[in-house]
Design a protein around this ligand. Sequence first.
Ligand code: NAD
Length: 462
Amino acid sequence: MHDSTSSPDYTTLIGTLRTSFGAGRSRPISWRIQQLSAIDHLVGQHEREITDALHADVGKPFLESLGAELTFLRSEAKYAIRRLRLWTRKRKVNSPVALQPAKSYIQPEPLGLVLIIGPWNYPFQLILSPLLGAIAAGNCAIVKPSELAPATSSLLAQLIGQYLDTSCIRVVEGGIAETTQLLQQRFDHIFYTGNGTVGRIILRAAAENLTPVTLELGGKSPCIIDASADLDVTARRITWGKFFNAGQTCVAPDYLLVHSSVHDALVARIKATIQQFYGADPKESPDYARIVNLRHHRRLCALLGSGDVAVGGEADEENLYLAPTLLTHVPADSAVMAEEIFGPILPVLSISSIDEAIHFVKAREKPLALYVFSKDEAVQRRVIHSTSSGGVAVNHVWLHLAVPGLPFGGVGQSGMGAYHGRWTFETFSHRKAVLVKSTKVDPTLFYPPYTELKARWIRRLL
Ligand code: NAD
């Protein structure tokens, strides 16, 4: 990492990578497959080191790292390898009658040199998962892991240097100073995951060079629970999805909107489930993560005053521990309802109807994810069709992001662009339009002199 007082110069690095791209080094399908396999091997061969680094950075339980970072990445890598030839193929489209004879097709092509900037909460996966798509699409890339997960950042630098072709793919470690310098360079795409405040900085910097940007941001993802919901299953799924990684997940349910008729029963069941998952004292549980740093710990503790603490609330600053916490009687205008919580605090708000829940959601920014628990399909449909969010899961939380066919991304303030599966390849590709005409026939229809007869034909054909 660079000293924050020095000003790193990335011109030479960018020049090297641009030369590689210009020479076509990252274009051959064989190169792409080899690099994608190398990521698969890198993850498979260093499972323990990676999960240890994630534990050192965020206290992640082994199984949470294994599922949400390592296995997820390996299956995305294998998925891309299997489909790469299909994705890179030209895609024929019909040419209109007036342009016949002709062939038209879309040729996916790499963008060039791309920049990927990751956050600290899933610091391994959120760097390598976009990188898979950048490679699959034939680009060169610089990745910049989060400085707030230093063990993972330095492991990524080491492993990428060891496994990948460094004439095309490099890691830059560092924080604000380094990223600011990087952003002064010209890239062909910037892929940023993190908070919206920095998202705006990225977008402003990208505008200088008209660089396209993907912003994977966050927000307050609501979870609506209808009176018909299966409360036992609902309690388990919400407890798991909220307290996974101690709530530091961009798609974690941020708050619950629970029908008043089942409010107390659901709170009781979530309370029981927390105990079932993490024992009487979650602080002792090996399955419960820690808050990333003191700043976030203090920020979260300050939110405990919004409403009544119905479950949890215990905090240990030295240990960066904050108990899985439920807040009830939470005023809609309280601090905990103002910003994305991004920690293990779950406000539970009572609603009297699904319409009230829909109205509540629509009165706020479009979230990254929205969840509805209901056995009633009409209610499920109504929620899906009358709200807007990056994605929706019905009767579960955030598992939609594990479906490679579904684009994962936000809308409005929760982000722009999407990835996962084929969508990552598309994000890092330009879809070039190609029209191929023969010179054997050359109708004079479009050429001067323009006559009434030609006008009639144009009206008929176009
Ligand atoms: P963070 O603090 O690690 O920042 C993210 C990246 O931005 C880091 O690499 C950091 O170095 C860089 N950065 C920070 N300040 C900068 C500046 N002034 N100029 C340039 N770069 C700067 O992570 P974070 O933002 O706290 O991450 C949490 C947020 O990310 C939450 O809002 C969460 O919802 C969101 N998130 C979204 C997704 C998603 O897929 N949509 C995934 C994970 C997290």
